[in-house]
Write a protein that binds this ligand. Structure first.
Ligand code: GLU
Length: 502
């Protein structure tokens, strides 16, 4: 492999959504390949036809692309090593399975499901690790079945699988880039099924064949596949092929350190997209699930380019990585804080447009959809939103009249005089020529002082009538952005709708 260009792959099964663990596997493969100016490939592993889900392949690729993980070769893009979907490569598996049969590294097995289950139960009862009992191992491979019987069964069309024969009394050793040396005793390795009775290969067989012919230099995948390594390595040895280097990534854990599960939160990347997380934050977050730059680095926010530059498998830990949603939320806020205003405007515009198709606004449409207006909203709300869509959804009062008013705030902030106070103040606002934050503030203070009231007696009610809620950015700035016409209309509507005591 000296001088060979690095080639890595993400090999999902098209069984549904993209799991966050899958995104991490894809990302690490991508980062590793790109750092070394190599190639990243997507291969679809659909040998389990019963679990295949319509459109899953398209969605997986689309979600990866959303995250900025674009393959150099894939089922959609093609490439020199295709086809990139396993169900289109059956003749290749067939050919190499025949070779293993004739080299006596594989054998036909006619055991029924019932027999296998019976055998399994018996072994469990005996305290043994369940394994195939080699009932159908042919005589010439050290078993008891005469060649004639196998031929007869095949001629009769009896269903069968093809199993690999794991050599006895050997130890399979390899060096995992993350875990270091790993050793397995062949006594613990099952005679893995290579070809199923439906003529499809198993994952183990197909992935070894493909990883070899697609010339991958490094296999980076989840820890759950570590125990399959010895079977795979034996297959490489049977064929006389050099095995790629391997790295098995640590498990993803819930905060209570149990294995990451749906029960404790979302695991589908699509769910996070739907909630409004940005690709930047998700990629940054997922990159840190098991990798860090090393001691001495305080950096937590990384762009894809920086990740490509800094990523290394040597800095991926062995210990499980805890999936901490607070960290993701914090990252999302960091990205919103630092994202250029014009980028945010670009994101907000279509969200607002969609809202405007659902709801009518009483504000001048040209104004609220203008860049200048959105920039002002962004300036006020940037530090307050958790997601980009919240510039519209969490701050809907910048575009729509309040539909309700915060009842708790009314209970707390209203007095019998409040509506009269608002009525009087609205007249003052009406007379203002300069509707600026500074001027509104000065006028409000001058208005309340002779009445022996504090500014708060008006500030809180004004916020409630103009926004419907009791929290938000600086009131004076918010009123300036909303504009005189809207503010006057909303105060008047509020006075009419809010009765005190409630
Ligand atoms: N198809 C396997 C999966 O769904 C791929 C495992 C591997 O990367 O070898 O995870």
């Amino acid at each position: 492999m000296v001088g060979q260009r690095v080639r890595t792959r993400f090999a999902p099964s098209p069984t549904g959504y993209l799991h966050v663990g899958g995104l991490r596997t894809a990302l690490y493969n991508y980062l590793f390949a790109k750092k070394l100016h190599g190639e990243f490939i997507i291969r679809i592993e659909d040998t389990d036809q019963s679990r295949k889900v319509e459109d899953a392949q398209k969605n997986l690729i689309k979600t990866l692309e959303w995250a900025g993980i674009v393959a150099d070769e894939s089922p959609e893009k093609g490439g020199n090593y295709g086809p990139y979907v396993q169900s289109e490569r059956l003749d290749i598996y067939d050919k190499y399975c025949k070779q293993l049969l004739s080299d006596q590294h594989a054998y036909y097995c006619f055991s029924t499901h019932e027999e296998l289950e019976e055998n399994r139960q018996l072994q469990i009862k005996q305290g043994l690790q369940p394994k195939y009992n080699r009932k159908w191992l042919p005589e010439e491979m050290g078993g008891t079945i005469p060649a004639g019987l196998i031929k007869k069964k095949l001629d009769e069309g009896e269903p069968y699988v093809i199993r690999m024969k794991v050599p006895d009394y050997v130890s399979v050793w390899f060096e995992d880039i993350i875990r270091g040396p790993v050793e397995f005793d062949s006594a613990t390795i099952d005679d893995q099924v290579l070809m199923k009775s439906d003529g499809f290969p198993t994952y183990h067989f197909a992935s070894v064949i493909d990883d070899h012919f697609m010339e991958f230099t490094h296999i980076i995948r989840g820890e759950e596949w570590l125990s399959s390594m010895p079977k795979h390595l034996l297959l490489y040895e049977f064929f006389g092929w050099e095995a790629p280097k391997v790295a098995h990534l640590p498990l993803l854990l819930n905060p209570d350190r149990s294995k990451l599960s749906k029960r404790q939160g979302d695991v589908a990347v699509e769910d996070y997209i739907r909630k409004g997380y940005s690709a930047d934050a998700i990629v940054n977050f997922v990159a840190m699930l098991g990798w860090n730059e090393g001691e001495g680095s305080e950096q937590e926010v990384y762009s894809m380019e920086q990740l490509i530059e800094k990523f290394s498998l040597e800095r991926v830990g062995k210990a499980g990585a805890v999936f901490n949603i607070d960290k993701l939320n914090w990252l999302e806020k960091q990205y919103i804080k630092n994202r250029p205003t014009e980028k945010l405007v670009e994101v907000i515009k279509p969200i607002l447009k969609a809202e405007l198709e659902q709801k009518k606004s009483l504000m001048p449409l040209e104004m609220i959809t203008s860049e200048a207006y959105l920039e002002k909203v962004i300036a006020l709300m940037r530090e307050r939103v958790g997601f980009e869509h919240e510039f519209v959804t969490f701050s809907s009062y910048f575009y729509f009249e309040p539909e309700t008013y915060d009842g708790e705030a009314i209970k707390k902030r209203w007095s019998v005089d409040t509506n009269d106070l608002l009525r009087e103040f609205v007249e003052l606002l009406e007379s203002l020529d300069e509707f600026s934050a500074d001027n509104i503030e000065t006028q409000l203070k001058e208005f309340v002082a002779p009445k022996g009231l504090k500014a708060a007696a008006l500030i809180h009610p004004l916020r409630v009538v103009t926004s419907g809620v009791s929290f938000g950015p600086s009131l004076y700035h918010m009123l300036e952005v909303l504009g005189k016409e809207t503010v006057l209309r909303r105060i008047q509507a509020g006075i009419e709708k809010i009765t005190f005591p409630v």
